[in-house]
Ligand binder design. Structure first.
Ligand SMILES: [Zn+2]
Length: 718
């Protein structure tokens, strides 16, 4: 019997609070209710994927020192290991195998007790699908790619052991999840790596497909082939069903605990299979990201809308990348990342990695502790609803690249030509300081929240999505759409015309997703939108573009000009380039009025063209001239706005995130706001310094004091 005596952590925390005085405890110590995560903004983890084939590994692991690192980082909650990618457990499991160095000790129990004693909420880390022990012990569970090999993208010699979630492995997951839940009291379980590391062709997947659909598993990628698309939707459903084994077991045996699965995969490509069936297996979403400020901003808005409960959790590492064990992000960079998370009202999870012998790099946690301490007063100001006039539509069904149609899945990468377009839109909106968010089909019934909806090269759109978008425009909404948006259904059926042709004011003549050089030549009507470009010197697109015709009543703002045709490699008109040559008159950009709304349709993916950043914003302004906020600020400054009805105020954040750290401070940023209610005072948070402002004809204007990294303002209505 491996059970351990465990008291009720909540009553224990209460006792501790009485003894030491409430004010001296970290916020988390005030009790972990079932929704403990709602106010848990500061989180930490220490990666612990250490094998046990060398007796030195984890030989110096010390629970007190380990938990002390979390205390140093001032974390309100921790994510600590019950097991890892190695598949080895930190407690004496009866289901799997414990790490040899721990010699039967219940290290997990000790970690939970020590964290609770120190007022820190405990989330149990587990790894699924990436399980080296299971892979080595059960070859029949292994995932097999289209070439018949294991390891998927990491190759057959990978250090990771990748098993198939359709194999009997899922019963093993069910068993250890139950064991965890029956033995320990914790606040949450995190199932890391709940995604497809590749397209699996193992015997279990083949058998399921044959039984559920019939025939052989498809091997040729084709996003306009209904059978291939059915395979992808099935992979998404299978993944959600696998996740439900884990989530359902926690719900059954530890119903008070929250559940989350790895969620950085939702903006990632189709290959990983993360879609709506997986979302519903989470209480809240979190994801780890290692890119720049745009990726972070996109991920937090995306996750903040997709998560079943807020806050979304944005995670990043102390190390510059996960493969660099000793790399260090500068304190200024970490502070900028944590500040940007605050601006998006998301929790922050700090990731460090344990040393093979089990020691912890204390300086990393001291660094994070200084940042969390500095930022702590801001966290109590967070919450409410984001004010976003513009919604960028990210379709979880469209995370692929139609140029890959006809290719064998063996050796295929993760190309996606929808998400980067959505990110480019986000980039244009951030740098022009306009209020936006990223939505998915989850927000389909909430479109009335927004004034403008952007459909960036949305490859697949369901009839229900098309209907909701049509109604949105009919009722006065503005839509910007590009490329093949609405031509192919989410079942993979390619239609004769766009589902939204009437809304776009454009009908399809010819679809072609291949890349080619062409030019977007402004017409007289579109001249102002293309300020800076002339018909003789039009902007170039290297991506795909559709041939369309404008429908009655639509205005053409730009037409296609073809380059010098270069009939033979040696025949050129200019040695480096193929300049504009043949004006076709085919519509490139069409402006249409539909119902009470306005629409811009671009046959090319205009938002991907760097030289048309300003044009893109002018086209958005055609749809909606007034926004909740605007600002005169450098491109590196992002603004966010949240409405807090219960506190009778709006909270505005300015975050300065430059490409080189430390940030140069910015002076004299003028902010203009149009809020539904009159503002009585503005206070800079957290100190409460009053800020002077003007309010005229519904527009409030103020100049922000010097911005270093983060500035927060309460716009008080009461
Ligand atoms: Zn499989």
């Amino acid at each position: 019997m491996w059970g351990r005596p465990s008291g009720d952590c909540r009553s224990f925390v209460k006792k501790t609070a009485t003894r030491t005085g409430k004010d001296k405890l970290p916020e988390a110590a005030r009790g972990f209710g079932p929704r403990w995560y709602e106010k848990t903004w500061r989180r930490s983890t220490i990666d612990m994927h250490i094998p046990d084939w060398d007796p030195k590994f984890l030989s110096e692991f010390d629970v007190e020192k380990y938990v002390d690192a979390f205390v140093r980082s001032r974390a309100q909650s921790v994510l600590a290991y019950a097991m890892s990618h190695t598949g080895l457990f930190t407690y004496p499991t009866a289901v799997g195998r414990q790490h040899a160095a721990l010699q039967g000790r219940d290290v997990l129990g000790e970690m939970i007790d020590t964290c609770h004693r120190r007022g820190i909420a405990f989330e149990v880390y587990t790894s699924v699908i990436f399980d080296r022990w299971a892979f080595d012990t059960h070859p029949e569970w292994r995932g097999i790619d289209a070439r018949g090999q294991t390891g998927f993208e990491f190759g057959p010699d990978s250090r990771y052991g990748l098993v198939c979630p359709n194999s009997p492995y899922r019963e093993y997951v069910r068993a250890w999840t139950r064991e965890l839940c029956e033995r320990y009291e914790f606040e949450a379980v995190f199932f890391d790596m709940t995604y497809w590391p590749g397209v699996c062709y193992c015997e279990h997947c083949q058998k399921r497909w044959a039984g559920e659909v019939g025939g052989e598993l498809p091997r040729i990628v084709n996003w306009t082939d209904e059978r291939w698309v059915k395979f992808q939707r099935t992979r998404e459903r299978w993944l959600g069903e696998f996740a439900s084994v884990a989530t359902g077991t926690v719900r059954r045996y530890r119903p008070g605990a929250a559940v989350e699965h790895q969620s950085s995969t939702f903006p990632a490509s189709w290959l990983k299979g993360a879609s709506h069936p997986l979302v519903v297996q989470n209480d809240f979403l979190s994801g780890d990201f290692y890119g720049g400020p745009l990726q972070g901003s996109f991920a937090r808005k995306h996750g903040g809308e997709l998560t079943p409960n807020r806050p979304y959790v944005f995670a990043t590492s102390y190390s510059t990348t996960l493969i660099d064990h000793t790399g260090q992000k500068s304190e200024a960079l970490l502070e900028a990342k944590a500040s940007a998370a605050i601006a998006d009202h998301t929790a922050f999870l700090f990731i460090d990695a344990i040393d093979p012998v089990g020691t912890v790099h204390v300086a990393a946690h001291d660094c994070m502790g200084r940042i969390y301490q500095k930022l702590a007063p801001y966290y109590r100001e967070l919450g409410g609803e984001r004010v976003a006039d513009i919604a960028v539509y990210h379709s979880l069904d469209s995370k692929f690249d139609l140029r890959e149609n006809g290719r064998n899945v063996a050796g295929l990468g993760e190309s996606d030509t929808h998400t980067p377009s959505a990110m480019n839109v986000a980039d244009r909106l951030i740098t022009n300081h306009l209020p936006f968010t990223i939505i998915t089909a989850r927000q389909l019934d909430q479109l009335a929240r927004f004034k403008v909806l952007i459909l960036p090269n949305v490859h697949h759109l369901s009839p229900a999505e098309a209907r909701a978008i049509r109604e949105f425009v009919r009722n006065g909404g503005g839509v910007y759409a590009s490329g093949g948006s609405s031509l192919v259904t989410t079942a993979g059926r390619r239609l004769k015309d766009f589902q939204l042709a009437d809304v776009f004011g454009a009908s399809l003549v010819k679809a072609d997703w291949s890349d080619r050089v062409h030019y977007l030549t402004p017409t007289g009507t579109g001249a102002a939108d293309f300020t800076g470009w002339e018909p003789k010197y039009p902007p170039l697109s290297k991506g795909h573009g559709f041939e369309v015709r404008a429908r009655r009543g639509a205005e053409v703002l730009a037409t296609t000009t073809l380059p010098w045709p270069a009939p033979q490699p040696s025949l050129f008109s200019s040695i480096h380039s193929n300049p504009p040559w043949v004006q076709t008159g085919n519509p490139e950009v069409v402006f249409n009025r539909f119902g009470k709304g306005r629409v811009v349709y671009c046959a090319s993916v205009l938002e991907d063209i760097d030289g048309l950043r300003a044009t893109f914003i002018r086209l958005v302004r055609r749809l909606q001239p007034e926004f909740a906020f605007e600002a005169d600020a450098p491109a590196a400054v992002e603004l966010t706005l949240f409405a807090q009805k219960d506190r009778k105020r709006h909270v505005l954040c300015l975050v300065n995130f430059q490409s080189q750290m430390p940030n140069l401070p910015v002076d004299g940023i003028e902010v203009r706001l149009r809020l539904p209610r009159r503002v009585r005072s503005i206070r800079q948070l957290p100190d409460g310094q009053p800020i002077k402002f003007r309010q005229q004809k519904g527009v409030l204007t103020f100049t922000a004091p010097r911005l270093r990294t983060l500035a927060m303002f309460a716009l008080n209505h009461g």
